[in-house]
Design a protein around this ligand. Structure first.
Ligand SMILES: *Cc1c(COP(=O)(O)O)cnc(C)c1O
Length: 419
């Protein structure tokens, strides 16, 4: 983010002679002395430091840019972070990780996968990649997570899996989901794009009894490598299939080829795989981001607490806390305007933007998106909670680089609009 003053200075310099340049430079100094209330507070920013820069530079100097020693280290560190013999496969996005996981558990043409409409389209599109169909069920209006009491009614002979999303970083009711999956012999693939670090029954998401879990390292997520993801599983067969399909269906990755005793040029293609491997440049960032995951989480939790205290008397519904002793990743902080709010949700977003604060909406439910709505003939009336949450929802900025002043500025702006 450039400071507003800097942007203006650069514009002012173009096409000016040296004497007028001096006077502009003086003006700029005056401008910079003013409080920077006009700076735009972005909705999200990654929190990277010199360690990440150094590690990426080291990879570039080493000549190893794509999947190699840094990716291997990132996978090992991630496995250590989760603990308990978990296999970790770094991929180039959570979308590709979800695709690999669904493929590995055998999802195919005509199968059905039960999931939530209150998510990003990636969650459902990967099901279509395999010719299978998402079956959307409504959410729990308290948590935004899929409502497990609606799962059984959605199960048919074609149902093969459940794909829950831990919305905003708050764990789904996994106990119920695992119980239903066992009774109906369904697979579970967790979309944990928001859920690092999140716990459920004191276990980190990634170590729960599901078939595979996929994290996202997209630029705005709680661990950011720009683009990237991690597929984790305790099942060695799933890991083996994903490892092969991650890189063109080749039976070992490039690193192995150059370091094992087999001739370097030899490989075997055993399936028409994908190009989903992580680069060492991304892994270099991930290695250092991972070390700061809890530090970042504590900062976001403190921001959530400040919002809770600062906004609790307003006509808004605040996001729920996790059960006692559990960790909420606080990837998102979604407030919902109640009927007594003096402005509409859309107007609220406009006013926040005019006050220099970025907000967002998570999510436009998939049932309202043309492709999903028309392909599956979805009706709003079948998803009353998803529709109601969407109409009221606004995501406030919550990221570790926000200063205390930034947090107070957000609270003040929300109060100015809603009081
Ligand atoms: C971001 C996101 C994804 C996709 O992650 P990518 O790494 O960008 O592929 C999937 N599901 C949810 C819920 C997300 O928010």
């Amino acid at each position: 983010m450039l400071k507003a003053g800097y942007t203006r200075t650069r514009k002012a310099f173009t096409g000016l002679n040296s004497s007028s340049r001096r006077s502009i430079a003086t003006d700029t100094k005056k401008e910079e002395a003013k409080p920077q209330t006009l700076d735009f507070l972005p909705f999200a920013l990654p929190d990277t430091g010199e360690e990440e820069i150094e590690e990426v530079a080291d990879s570039i100097r080493s000549g190893w840019l794509t999947t190699g020693p840094k990716t291997r280290k990132f996978e090992q560190d991630f496995a250590e972070f989760l603990g308990g013999g978990i296999e970790c496969l770094a991929v180039n996005s959570a979308t590709s990780g979800l695709h690999l996981a669904l493929d590995a558990v055998g999802i195919g043409n005509g199968d059905e996968v039960i999931t939530t409409p209150y998510t990003f389209t990636a969650t459902a599109e990967v099901i279509r990649y395999l010719g299978a169909h998402p079956v959307f069920i409504d959410i729990d209006p308290r948590t935004f997570n899929l409502n497990p009491t609606l799962i059984e009614a959605a199960v048919t002979k074609r149902t093969k899996a459940i794909l829950p999303v831990h919305f905003g970083g708050l764990a789904c009711d996994m106990e119920s989901i695992v119980d239903i999956a066992h009774r109906y012999n369904l697979r579970i693939i967790e979309d944990a794009a928001h859920a690092l670090p999140t716990t459920c029954n004191s276990l980190l998401v990634g170590t729960l009894p599901s078939d595979a879990t996929v994290f996202s390292f997209y630029a705005t997520k709680t661990l950011a490598t720009g683009e990237g993801g991690m597929l984790v599983t305790k099942n060695p067969d799933i890991a083996a299939r994903c490892r092969v399909m991650r890189l063109h269906g080749i039976d070992r990755d490039a690193f192995d080829r150059y370091t094992s005793c087999k001739p370097a040029w030899y490989y075997e293609v055993i399936a028409p795989g994908f190009k989903y491997n992580m680069t060492d440049l991304a892994a270099s960032i991930g290695i250092h981001q991972l070390k700061k995951v809890y530090q970042f989480q504590r900062r976001r939790e403190a921001i959530a607490e400040a919002y809770h205290t600062g906004l609790s008397d307003l006509p808004v519904m605040l996001p729920p806390y996790p059960p006692d002793g559990e960790i909420h990743a606080w990837h998102l902080y979604v407030i919902r305007l109640t009927d007594s709010a003096p402005v509409s949700r859309d107007r609220f977003i406009e006013l926040m933007s005019q006050m220099g604060i970025g907000t967002s909406v998570h999510f436009i439910p998939l049932i309202l998106q043309p492709y999903w709505r028309d392909t599956y003939n979805l009706k709003e009336c079948d998803f009353p909670n998803a529709v109601d949450c969407y109409k009221r929802a606004v995501s406030l900025p919550i990221y570790s680089r926000m200063s205390n002043d930034d947090v107070l500025r957000v609270i003040k702006a929300v109060r100015t609009i809603l009081e």
